[in-house]
Design a protein around this ligand. Sequence first.
Ligand SMILES: *Cc1c(COP(=O)(O)O)cnc(C)c1O
Length: 392
Amino acid sequence: MKIQTTAIHAGDRKPAQSQIPVSTPVHFAASWICADQAEQDRIFAHEQHGFAYSRYANPTNQALEELITALENGYGALACASGMVALQHAILSALLERPKKVLCARDIYGATLKLLYDVLGPFGIETILVDANNPAEVAQAIAAHQPGALLIETISNPTLRVADIPALAQLCRAAQVALLVDNTFATPLLVRPMDLGAHIVIHSSTKYLGGHGDAMGGLIVSDEAHFETIRRLSRIAGPILGPMECFLTMRGIKTFPLRMERHCQNARALAAWLRTHPGVERVFYTDDPNHPDRAIIDRLLPADLYGGMVSFELKGARKPEVFAFLDRLKLCVKATSLGDVHTLVLYPWIASHRDVPLEQKATMDLRENLVRFSVGIEAVEDIIDDIRQALG
Ligand SMILES: *Cc1c(COP(=O)(O)O)cnc(C)c1O
């Protein structure tokens, strides 16, 4: 055999050993060889589960999908290339045989609104915004617009409102509306929306589940009724996550409950300290006794686990004072994203909510002096020291 041929074939394509590796290998293969053509025929016909082409299924992806299905108590899952493409694929799948209208929570991630208006809107998918924290308004909107889906977040960004998922699920189920819940902020340690009646759960695994700021990813978990569509459309549309990112995400998830507990502890301690600081106007954290969704939080979230996000307002500050505060921070990482091991700080006014119209910012109670912290798992004293010196 010539070197050009040897370089391509030697050492490769060994059958699996009987010993099992302790972690799922990264399967970089684009396609699989079957024992014979009859087996390949059965796999293509879906009569036999197996691997043929990585756009359809890949063993590394499958391991992550099984893991998130178990964590969210769903029927099945799909790992996607980003949280945004997971949202897009989930919405398209949910609306396939439903009216092309999405009822969407007013308090939602900025890019989710852009997905609905700029990407899906021109293809005829209509979006109607509602106050998802007001079930009576949602009931009215469902009756008036007959949407195909309701899209909400468990904990909203950046003002940390908590939706009454069981009440919304009841409204949706009575009207055959699909309930889609973006559970990125809460994670399955705090809330499992499928247990509360949601049909589909979406994650940006780039955030808490991956947890290290080194792998993009999105996850869709669904019930049995929606899973076949999600999978069938994905085989064609190909929104899938690469196997390396699946591996990194799975590795991240192994420590996510530990990390999340620490995120919650640190966030609670930081919120308590901020409330005592004279330079701070309002503190947004889900343990607040006067939180507008207090009763829902007490019903849905476990005691003492209130999430890792804290937002607060700098007293009397406009954009220049907020910039100066942020520029004085030394330890806290000034970058977009959230849920990483390190503390991250974001200024929603110029970042995530930059393109949200002023009047909508007002209805969201989002002011120019608000900063949002994703509290990391460092020693909380060091996080507080950094913010103290920056507040001056
Ligand atoms: C980041 C985020 C997304 C988008 O996820 P990407 O992985 O950045 O595509 C969606 N929803 C929420 C709540 C997010 O925080």
